[in-house]
Design a protein around this ligand. Structure first.
Ligand code: ZN
Length: 280
């Protein structure tokens, strides 16, 4: 495997996810000293969105890369996307994009490019850090920041509310980051093997009335059950009238991003994944 020395770590791509911002600002220098053989770059990705404590100012930066070919002079994030695309394209680099989620996802690694390096890194992370799972999220339109490099991953740690620091999320993020950098500094520690991955297959939306208003919420028995096996009938929602809403799966599936705050505007309630083993 060709060594990759340049690593770009983006924090605060979403302005209300503070963990990444503090991870790079408060620990970047320490990590630089700890990994002198790597060329580390820490980037506060969306400072204006952070100032207003919102996910984004004009458009979601972590979806903006699919619109790079468009002319969007009034979008702050569109300009940022151009800047970061250029930064990533300068030379081969590994990109880590730090996020948090309001869902009970523990330490989640999201991989879009099926590169052996990405999978072998994920394998080390899932072995060394408890409560760490790997999601495969193909990104054909390259909308995600982390997808701009063939090598890289998104980190999603939760549950944590937006706009605050929570020890578990911050320390979980730092632990993941340290193992990633350690592996990049010692590439021979990466080996081929089997990796358990969750593959996104379907988004499930809140039940809505004809005007598009939500008429149910996440069932209390379903809340926080991210990565819990479901098969056949399951009850993800309760209507505001108190009725349980039953849905059905045709196979064994696993829900993720249950009740993620950022997905309410799209009325997305959770995503279903299939679990499978992958040869790295
Ligand atoms: Zn995010």
């Amino acid at each position: 495997m060709t060594p990759i020395k340049k690593v770009i770590i983006f924090g605060g791509t979403h302005g209300n996810e503070w963990t990444g911002v503090y991870a790079i600002k408060k620990y970047g220098e320490k990590l630089r000293l700890q990994f002198p053989t790597l060329d580390l770059h820490f980037v506060h990705a969306n400072p204006e969105a952070f100032l207003i404590n919102k996910r984004f100012k004009d458009e979601d930066l972590n979806r903006a890369f699919q619109y790079l070919h468009e002319d969007r002079p009034n979008s702050y994030e569109h300009q940022l996307a151009h800047t970061y695309k250029k930064m990533v394209d300068e030379e081969v680099c590994f990109v880590v994009d730090l996020h948090t989620t309001t869902s009970n996802m523990g330490n989640t690694i999201i991989i879009s490019h099926p590169q052996p390096l990405n999978f072998q890194m994920a394998s080390i992370l899932s072995k060394q850090l408890k409560d760490t799972r790997i999601i495969l999220s193909p990104d054909p339109n390259k909308k995600y920041l982390a997808s701009q490099s063939e090598f890289g991953m998104m980190i999603e740690v939760g549950p944590v509310s937006n706009g605050l620091i929570k020890a578990e999320a911050l320390e979980g993020t730092l632990n993941l980051l340290e193992v990633i950098l350690l592996s990049l500094a010692n590439l021979q520690s990466l080996t081929a093997g089997q990796l358990e991955i969750f593959e996104e297959i379907e988004d499930v939306f809140y039940p809505q009335d004809e005007a598009g208003n939500m008429n149910a919420y996440i069932h209390p028995e379903f809340q926080d059950k991210d990565f819990t096996r479901i098969e056949g009938d399951y009850v993800p929602f309760r209507t505001f009238e108190g009725e349980s809403v039953t849905l059905k799966t045709k196979e064994v599936l696993y829900p993720i991003f249950i009740n993620e705050a950022a997905y309410y505007p799209s009325k997305m309630a959770f995503t279903l994944c299939r679990k499978r083993m992958l040869q790295t």
